[in-house]
Design a protein around this ligand. Structure first.
Ligand code: NAG
Ligand code: NAG
Ligand code: NAG
Ligand code: NAG
Length: 251
C-alpha cells in the first residue's frame, strides 16, 4: 500500500498540465492522504482487476480515474461524484471500467476481462502516488527473470575525459517490470546515473540498460565496489538480481 501526501483539487486543466510537466507530489502540509492498491499486478487476458483508492480529504465532491498507457500521457477514464452518475470519457465504458464509490473516502475501479490493450498504470485522483501498474501477459507466457551484466568503462573515455562510465545491462526478462539501481560500496548512487526511459523489446523478452558515470579516480580504486541491482517484479514478490565489479587497480 502506498500513502501519498498531497492536496486534492477540483478538476482543472491547468493543474493537470502542471502535473504532467512536473509529476511530483506537492505536499502543502494538509493532512490529506491517498492510498491506492495494489501497486503492481501481472494478469493474463480474461482476468479482472479491482483497484482500491482511499482518500480522507474532506468535502471531496469528485473522484477521478486515469489511465497512463506505456510511453504515453495520461487519459481520463471516468469522473464520479457522490450525487450523479459516473461520467465516462470517449473510448471508455462502464461495462469495461466499473467504478463504485463506496463512500466519499473510498472508491473501487474494476477493469473487467483485461486484454493487452489494458496494460497501463492507473491512478485515482490528481495527486498521485505510484499508481497501479497492470501488466497483461500472454496466456502461455512464463515470467522470466533477467540476466544482469556489468561492462567496464572504455579506455578512450578515461584518457580523453577523465571520466569512467559503467554500463549495466539487464536482458532476457519478461514481462517488462524491472527497475535498475546502482550501489557504490553498498550505498545507493543516483548522481551520474542515467537509465533508459523504457525497456527495449527483443523478440519476446525485454532489456534495459543503465549507466553510471564517475570521475576516473573513483574507478581506479580497487577497493571500490560497483554494484548493479535489478529489481524484477514477479507478481507479488520482487526478485533482486545483482552483479558487481571492483574498481581497476590501474597500471
Ligand atoms: C488522513 O489519514 C492519515 C493517515 O491515516 C492521517 O494521518 C491524517 O491525519 C488524515 N487526515 C484527515 C484530514 O483526516
Ligand atoms: C498475479 O497475482 C494476482 C493476485 O494474487 C492473481 O490474481 C493473478 O492470477 C496472478 N497472475 C499470474 C500471471 O499468475
Ligand atoms: C473478453 O475480451 C475478449 C477480447 O476482446 C472477447 O473475445 C471475450 O468475449 C471477452 N469475454 C467476456 C467474458 O467478456
Ligand atoms: C536479441 O535476442 C537474440 C536471441 O536471444 C540475441 O542473439 C540478440 O543479440 C538480441 N539482440 C539485441 C539487440 O539485444
Amino acid at each position: 500500500m502506498m500513502w501519498t501526501k498531497g492536496p486534492l483539487w477540483p478538476s482543472s486543466v491547468l493543474l493537470l498540465l502542471t502535473l504532467l510537466l512536473s509529476p511530483i507530489n506537492a505536499g502543502v502540509g494538509i493532512g490529506a492522504y491517498i492510498a491506492q492498491w495494489p501497486e503492481k499486478i501481472i494478469l493474463r487476458p480474461g482476468h479482472s482487476l479491482t483497484i482500491s483508492c482511499y482518500q480522507n480529504y474532506s468535502n471531496l465532491a469528485y473522484m477521478f480515474w486515469y489511465q497512463q498507457p506505456p510511453r504515453n500521457g495520461l487519459k481520463l477514464i471516468v469522473s464520479s461524484s457522490t450525487w450523479s452518475h459516473n461520467s465516462y470519457e470517449d473510448g471508455y465504458s462502464e461495462a469495461k471500467f466499473e467504478v463504485t464509490r463506496q463512500n466519499t473516502d473510498y472508491s473501487l475501479m474494476t477493469i473487467k476481462n483485461v486484454t493487452a490493450q489494458d496494460a497501463a498504470t492507473y491512478f485515482c485522483q490528481l495527486f498521485f502516488g505510484s499508481g497501479t501498474k497492470l501488466t497483461v501477459i500472454g496466456e502461455n507466457d512464463e515470467i522470466i527473470p533477467p540476466a544482469v551484466a556489468i561492462f567496464s568503462p572504455s579506455k578512450q573515455e578515461i584518457q580523453q575525459k577523465s571520466k569512467a562510465t559503467l554500463v549495466c545491462l539487464a536482458s532476457g526478462f519478461y514481462p517488462d517490470h524491472l527497475t535498475l539501481v546502482w550501489r557504490v560500496n553498498g550505498v545507493k548512487r543516483t548522481e551520474g546515473v542515467g537509465t533508459d526511459e523504457s525497456s527495449t523489446q527483443n523478440g519476446s523478452t525485454y532489456s534495459l540498460t543503465s549507466r553510471l558515470r564517475m570521475p576516473a579516480w573513483e574507478w581506479f580504486n580497487p577497493l571500490n565496489r560497483f554494484e548493479c541491482v535489478a529489481n524484477f517484479f514477479q507478481n507479488g514478490t520482487t526478485a533482486s538480481i545483482n552483479k558487481f565489479i571492483h574498481g581497476d587497480a590501474g597500471e
